[in-house]
Design a protein around this ligand. Sequence first.
Ligand code: ARG
Length: 557
Amino acid sequence: MKKPIADSIAVAVKQQITGEEILLLLEKPKSLELGDVAFPCFTLAKVWKQSPQSIAADIASQLNHDSIQRVQAVGGYVNIFLDQQKVTQQVLRKILRDKQQYGTTPTKMGTVVLDFSSPNIAKPFSMGHLRSTVIGNALANIAEKNGYQAIRINHLGDWGTQFGKLIVAYQLWGDKQAISASPIEELLKIYVKFHEEAEQDPTLNEQARAAFKALEDGNEEAQALWQWFRDVSFIEFQTIYELLGIHFDAFIGEAFYNDKMPSVVTELKEKGLLVESEGAYVVEMEEMPPCLITKTDGATLYATRDLAAALYRQQHYQPQKMFYVVGNEQSLHFKQLFQVIEKMGYPWAKNLQHVPFGMMLKDGKKMSTRKGKVVLLADVLAEAIATAKRNIEEKNPHLPNKERVAQQVGVGAVIFNDLKYHRLNDIEFSIEQMMNFEGETGPYVQYTYARICSILDKANAPTQDMTFTPLGEQAWPIILLLEQFPKAVVMAFEQTDPSQIAKYALQLARLLNKYYAQHKILADDEQQASRLALCRCVAIVLKESLALLGIESPENM
Ligand code: ARG
């Protein structure tokens, strides 16, 4: 809606500045009493050496557009009041017509590859990996809404020196039966023990390195153990993905690239990028430490496998964008990776993007697996679901499908808690807070949706060909916000920031609840159809916002 207004302003100033440029200058006035859109004339005033007041007055006297009702020049601003009748009608009709497709880009934009979740085999799925999983999945949904095909790749950590450690630990202290009964828990125990013992006995690390080398070289016993660790871990991860309702297009872990490594190393050598450094091979970097490609014993590293993976993905998908949703502690790794690819002469290096995020904190401290101080995602989800279940028993004991709804609410709470702040923020982890029905939570938004559903249930559905009238001061901001949804979808993608959708949903829910508290929706008067249409449109957009975040919307809870 702002674009046509910007264009009319451009006409009013005889195209001395373009509509595009004006669009960037448009603001939202501090209060709706000052108008719905404001154009500040201060920048123009400087360039044109005129007073902002006279420019504003000049524009105000000439501006006219279909959806503008009136214009005022005040203190160097052009304040624009939209025609509430026209805009209400347009917005409600459009959403009722497009439904879940409202805000979807219909053109095919190409492919986006998203590398996310990627937990490490034989280690628990920690809260840290939850962040990548939830942010990555939301970004994939948002990419799809923006017209892209999203390829969700799980780059499982199923290769690397930690498997050397695990093999040694198993050979020293492993209990086959215990591990079969409760795989990840037991594997974690011996892994933690390895680190404790290695502090006293550094030869353990030597042994681990040798064990990993054996694994890379195809030693049978090492391979069999590795396969077993991988299989049992995978089953546990799958249960979590099912609970979260997340699927991947490919589970291609680091091990997959083992046989693709020699050609990458050869290519680096041929391009003159590989430098020997004390028996190891590195690529020199500008303005950062060199990127280690092979160790002295010839073993490859995390970075080498990522290099092979990037080349492989480029070849297979030829994506417009490749996102790596990984914690910000790996920033250097990705800077190095991207620079190596650039040095190899690949122009698509510019399509690679690290999408970092902050830490999950518990009582202000980082959660870490190494020292055994770990909060398991599986436990957290179970607790959230149990809390939701208690809530239902208390408030809505006759609800059908209690188990299912409790799951939708519990899981929704965990996901929303993660996505409501900008991803770079560290987030504190608190079940009570994320479950609060009155707070800035997933359950609050879900509850708003369910409440609207129950009202709509009691009346005839509004249709897109009806005439809708403005619903007054408290409904108007809702209309304006609904109109902004497509823009929010675009911004969330451009800035790889799902929190914009979460914040949008919170604000929409808040405005609707405020309206609802003061207006009877089902009062049999001439505005009932418009109120119902408003509610229906809010429901559509709330549900779609939650869906983008990866959260379900129960109709009754
Ligand atoms: N498995 C790694 C970890 O847990 C994350 C992998 C991220 N993806 C990648 N392509 N490096 O730290």
